[in-house]
Design a protein around this ligand. Structure first.
Ligand code: BDR
Ligand code: CA
Length: 315
């Protein structure tokens, strides 16, 4: 098994990523931590508790920091809805919130582990950045960070910045400079990690309450994406499951291709704050700190997701 900690901001694609992780017993989920991003802290923590309870998983869930390091919090309610899950309701959680904070829980879990742990991060990196600042001794316990965020080219918040990095660039900067190996599932690969409307119908055909909820969430998400996009005509047929890539990579790295590069986070740029600057051409001569993914075997990726929904439908 692969021991992992998942830091997330659920969030529609975050719960899809959790679904994939829950469906695979080869991932030993030691801890889930939450932070604001797609919605406020109160809502992301509620969603993590409610979703994990609904999936009948008994995993410690700890509350992270309430705000980005310096920036005013910006949420993505237009994409994820007022409750953060596209208005889909899960029963009240049966799991209690941990009495440890996310930072304490991450630190203690890492330091008490005999083996290195993979950190999967699918939100802004606020908690991970704070952990590394406060407790740098945990670094040697982190095998690598599988991170959804950033982009070598383009953005979904500004012309050059992706949402997760944009929300808390200062935290991302600390993580990218930490020396811990990072696998970056940025927009370069996540825009290729989509399900089609036809594939959504296949999920609907599973016929369970859970499959129905997945479809409802993804319909909300694709509709919202369409509303907020200016000129994209492919949104109707491409439902991008960004966060799923960060989990899928840990399970099946062979589905992905990427390049080792030096990557830095732009903090000050007038037009570019929150951008991941990817040195593809090795202009800086600085050592590679990130594997930047650019390609995914889409059919296999979708198959993996569909079978996870099927598996979790039986729980
Ligand atoms: C990222 O932003 C969030 O809205 C998603 O959950 C994902 O983590 C995509 O840019
Ligand atoms: Ca997310």
């Amino acid at each position: 098994t692969i021991p992992v900690i998942i830091d997330c901001d659920p969030g529609i694609d975050d719960v899809m990523a959790l679904t994939l992780a829950f469906a695979h017993p080869e991932l030993d989920i030691k801890l889930i931590t939450t932070e604001p991003g797609n919605q406020t802290q109160a809502k992301t923590i509620h969603n993590a508790l409610a979703f994990t309870s609904y999936m009948k998983k008994d995993i410690e869930i700890a509350r992270g920091l309430d705000n980005p390091f310096f920036r005013q919090l910006e949420i993505a309610d237009e994409v994820h809805g007022d409750n953060g899950l596209g208005d889909v309701l899960f029963p009240q959680p049966t799991i209690q919130l941990s009495n440890r904070t996310a930072i304490e829980a991450m630190k203690e879990t890492l330091l008490s582990s005999d083996e290195q742990i993979v950190l999967i991060a699918t939100g802004p990196l606020t908690n991970v950045g704070a952990l590394l600042l406060a407790h740098p001794e945990v670094k040697s316990k982190i095998k690598y960070i599988s991170y959804m965020g950033g982009a070598a080219v383009g953005g979904n918040m500004t012309p050059t910045s992706e949402f997760n990095v944009y929300v808390d660039p200062h935290a991302a900067d600390i993580v990218f400079r930490s020396g811990i190996p990072i696998i970056m599932s940025g927009l370069d690969v996540t825009h290729k990690a989509y399900v089609t409307k036809e594939e959504l119908n296949q999920i609907e055909a599973i016929g369970t309450d859970f499959a129905q909820k997945v479809v409802q969430m993804l319909r909300f998400y694709v509709h919202a994406a369409k509303q907020t996009a200016f000129h994209e005509d492919d949104f109707e047929s491409r439902i991008r499951l960004h966060d799923l890539c960060a989990v899928s990579y840990v399970l099946t790295p062979e589905l992905f291709e990427g390049d080792d590069c030096y990557v830095a986070v732009e903090l000050e740029g007038k037009l570019t704050a929150g951008t991941t600057v990817v040195d593809y051409e090795q202009r800086t001569g600085l050592p590679h700190n990130v594997k930047v993914l650019h390609t995914v075997h889409r059919e296999k990726f979708v198959e993996q997701f569909l079978s996870a929904v099927q598996t979790m439908s039986r729980q």
